[in-house]
Design a protein around this ligand. Structure first.
Ligand code: ARG
Length: 657
């Protein structure tokens, strides 16, 4: 049972007698911050008192009289200005705990009564480039959300929206035809593909900058001239004129700042090529590279055999690379419909937007203008090429028609925020309003130097070396732990390596999942595998500890479960741990409320801390009779909750470590 939900459902009818909207008041019933205020606290009497113009204490006293909690809680107490403190009755706790203990599959977590169909678009790397550390965030957050939502009974479809089409691929086709270094390709195809991409991209940017810089400088000149005119204008006495002038100056100043930034970047692009003789030579020989890439694109779209063959070749290499990572992370998807799947639908999408008079031409490009955005969504470029956004619109349509989802989650970097805001607005207006669109955004992975996580050489960190390093750090911790055992080391080298794999991958995932996803987080190999701290290693250790107890006591789990006795609370910590174990369902609700797996991580961490306090204070194997049995049951339920909880985060446990 979900205790919090139960309490809220008991308060709902009582509150409904006073207000129309009970939901905001119900959210003010929460777990108590401190044991001394009971187990749960209802703070809704304060806002309600204000609404009803009555002293909150009186309102609280009234609510307490009306709410029917007798079967599950002690008589609620009114404290301070009008807090209602609720303590769950021990007999009720014991009954619920017994039910959770007997429920091997779900640990007492009931499935939702109204399952939703939820599509989760996550991981979605660009196939032609090596996956980077940002993709790991999307991958582990998306995977964990899919596990939790599915466990709660929703109908989940996971979709890996691969970046496997578009200009980026064509740039590589061009690069392959002109700049391939055969030996490098043989040695590491993905690295070579990514070099080819960077080379072509760099040359295109260079020629674009050559063309654009004079115009940009001219525009800056004009803006500065206008600013000077504004500054020399006398607004006279009219206040509104003065205000308008001030506003114009401010906005012009900001435009000038942006323009200067743009020019600075263009100059840097030019400088990068000019200062490198090899690059300048290439630039000289590939003056029309932008046009040439467009022609390659057209050829690919028309099904030109060479280009299609190259595309297939790059896809194979890229996929193999990505799949190796998924394999190591144990990640899989229901469908993997990348951008290439949609490319034939794009002209139809654009046609439909035109037919519905949503898309209009502007400077040769086809745009959808939006009320709440300065820049429109471009759906077809001047040169006829479709864009990322066009492809995402086709994807919405396909998903809606195929699965009729209630919710679509996009687990993507926060930097794509504007893209998704526009996408959702356009998709709604286009004919798909009745679905919850969510950009489940996340922050940047930072290095310990406080800058985005990069290698020493300043390149993005590839995922394979990252996984290798995590496993090797884990191996060191596992070996140290094993060496310190009083009876001497327990594991062979092979066993240590196997354990380190689970510990290392778990640590890496948990380091990410335990962070509030909206913030940037600092990546640290050392912190990640700490034995004592908010790490997967600590939680895995807690799990292994319970198994150690069972081994030492020769406890047969099947027998333990078959002979279950009512739980006993001989020490306060036993009751405290028991209550925490019953809150598993609440933690999962918290994850779903705002799509934040860190709520589950935090719950598991606090639960494990309580377990260790319990373990410290209460002899388990040395106690006797039903108390011993009850304590063993607490251990078992802790281990099962840990195992299930970690599984929902995509993390494995170990019987021994
Ligand atoms: N391929 C994109 C990237 O790596 C992410 C795609 C996210 N999903 C989507 N439907 N736009 O940045």
């Amino acid at each position: 049972m979900n205790l919090l939900q139960e309490l809220r459902s008991r308060f709902a009818p009582v509150l409904a007698a006073h207000v129309d909207q009970v939901a905001p008041l119900l959210t003010m019933i929460r777990p108590a911050q401190d044991d001394k205020f009971g187990d749960y606290q209802a703070n809704c009497a304060m806002p309600l008192g204000k609404r009803l113009s009555k002293p909150p204490r009186d309102v609280a006293a009234g609510l307490v009289q009306q709410v029917d909690l007798a079967d599950l809680a002690e008589a609620p107490e009114v404290a301070g200005p009008g807090f209602i403190n609720i303590t769950i009755r021990d007999d009720f706790l014991i009954e619920q705990l017994g039910k959770a203990f007997a429920d091997i599959q779900r640990l007492g977590v009931a499935p939702v009564t109204e399952p939703r169909t939820i599509i989760i678009d996550f991981s979605s790397p660009n196939v032609a480039k090596p996956m980077h550390v940002g993709h790991i965030r999307s991958t582990v957050i998306g995977d964990s959300l899919s596990r939790v939502l599915r466990f709660l009974g929703h109908n989940v479809i996971t979709d890996n929206h691969l970046g496997d089409w578009g200009t980026q691929f064509v740039m590589i086709i061009y690069g392959y035809k002109h700049f391939l270094v055969e030996s490098q390709w043989q040695e590491d195809p993905i690295k070579e593909l990514s070099r080819l991409y960077r080379t072509v991209r760099g040359l295109i940017d260079y020629h674009d900058a050559v063309k654009a810089l004079p115009e940009a400088e001219e525009l800056l000149g004009k803006q500065q001239q206008r600013l000077a005119e504004f500054e020399n204008t006398d607004p006279g006495d009219e206040k509104s004129l003065a205000r308008k002038l001030k506003k114009d100056i401010k906005s012009l100043n900001s435009k000038i700042r942006d323009q200067k930034e743009k020019i600075k970047n263009q100059r840097a692009t030019l400088e990068r090529v000019k200062s490198d003789p090899e690059q300048s030579d290439l630039a000289g020989h590939h003056k029309n590279i932008g046009q040439a890439v467009l022609e390659e694109t057209a050829r690919l779209h028309e099904g030109d055999p060479t280009n299609l063959e190259l595309w297939t070749l790059f896809m194979q290499h890229g996929r193999a690379d990505i799949d190796r990572i998924y394999e190591r992370l144990s990640i899989s998807f229901d469908v993997e419909l990348g951008e290439s799947f949609y490319h034939e639908q794009l002209s139809g999408v654009v046609q439909d937007l035109q037919d519905k008079e949503m898309a209009t031409e502007s400077e040769g490009a086809l745009c959808v203008f939006l009320d709440n955005h300065d820049a429109p969504m471009i759906v077809r470029k001047r040169d006829g090429a479709f864009l990322y956004a066009t492809s995402d619109l086709a994807t919405v349509k396909y998903r809606m028609e195929k699965w009729h989802p209630d919710t679509i989650l996009y687990v993507v970097d926060f930097r794509q925020g504007e893209h998704f805001e526009k996408l959702f607005d356009v998709a709604r207006a286009w004919g798909f309003p009745d679905v919850e669109y969510q950009h489940v955004r996340f922050g940047t992975v930072m290095g310990e130097d406080g800058k985005p996580f990069k290698t020493r050489a300043g390149d993005t960190v590839g995922l394979e070396p990252l996984l290798d390093e995590a496993e090797s750090r884990a191996l060191a911790v596992v070996a140290e732990q094993d060496d310190q055992k009083p009876e001497g080391p327990e594991f062979s080298d092979d066993q240590r390596t196997d354990i380190a794999r689970v510990v290392g991958i778990g640590a890496l995932k948990y380091a990410d999942l335990s962070q509030n996803r909206s913030s940037d987080y600092t990546f640290s190999y050392d912190k990640m595998v700490e034995m004592r701290g908010n790490t997967a290693t600590y939680l895995q250790y807690g799990y292994a500890r319970v198994n150690g107890i069972f081994r030492r006591g020769n406890v047969n789990i099947e027998v333990l479960r078959a002979r279950a006795v009512p739980f006993q609370f001989a020490e306060p910590i036993e009751r405290r741990l028991a209550l925490e174990l019953l809150r598993f369902a609440e933690a999962l609700d918290d994850v779903v409320a705002d799509y934040r797996p860190n709520q589950l991580a935090q719950y598991l961490f606090e639960m494990t801390q309580l377990f260790f306090v319990f373990f410290d204070k209460c002899p388990v194997l040395k106690s006797e009779g039903d108390l011993r049995q009850s304590r063993l049951q607490l251990c078992d339920l802790t281990a099962r909750t840990l195992k299930k909880g970690l599984w929902l985060l995509g993390i494995d446990v170990l019987e021994k470590m």
